[in-house]
Design a protein around this ligand. Structure first.
Ligand code: SB7
Ligand code: NI
Length: 188
């Protein structure tokens, strides 16, 4: 089970590396990795489990955040976010995206960042994504709103990019052209 002590923080070089493509069929180890990542996000959003194991809530987590530089992440949204989506994404990619941007008005946070960094993080409002599941089957989906934003946050981790890299350093709350503000606090 993944705990906070397993999550590497800002300054660790793995967070700045491009993670490696995963080979199919998945090894037992890689399969376990995917399952552990999904288990973390599910548990972290369960108040009792989060308290018991001292887990910081998150809608997503990427393998490099536990110092495994492989292209795998998990996302989980339950009814509390108004979404219902759970996935383990292996070798994920964005195949197309909207011109329109979106950003969370409360900004973003990260399990690997122990401070709050204010500012708008511009993301694509809508993305069409492809990834493989643990069985090695490719899937394709269209995402918007929070899931679209979270997918981009996790994909960035696989490319060594942190959310604050996208914040306008001159003016963190500068208006973002052609963007929809999303008023939802992911608590992270
Ligand atoms: C705000 C938070 C997240 C995604 C998008 C907006 C996820 C936070 C947890 N993670 O650090 C996952 O990498
Ligand atoms: Ni993160």
């Amino acid at each position: 089970m993944i705990r906070m002590k397993d999550i590497i923080r800002e300054g660790h070089p793995t967070l700045r590396k491009r993670s490696e493509e995963v080979q199919f069929p998945l090894s037992q180890e890689d399969r376990k990795l995917g399952e552990d990542l999904l288990e973390y996000v599910i548990n972290s959003q369960d108040e009792e489990m989060a308290q018991k194991y001292d887990l910081r809530p998150g809608v997503g987590i990427a393998a490099p955040q536990i110092n495994v530089p492989k292209r795998i992440f998990a996302l989980h949204f339950d009814e509390s976010t108004g979404e219902n989506l759970s996935m383990i994404a292996v070798n994920p990619k964005i195949v197309s995206h909207s011109v329109e941007k979106a950003y969370l008005t409360s900004g973003e946070g990260c399990l690997s960042v122990d401070r709050s960094i204010p500012g708008y993080v511009p993301r694509y409002a809508r993305v069409t994504v492809k990834a493989f599941n643990l069985e090695g089957e490719e899937f394709k989906m269209r995402l918007k709103g929070l899931p679209a934003i979270a997918f981009q946050h996790e994909l960035d981790h696989l490319n060594g990019i942190m959310f604050f890299d996208h914040i306008n350093s001159q003016n963190p709350f500068a208006e973002i052209e052609n963007a929809t503000p999303i008023k939802q606090d992911l608590g992270e």
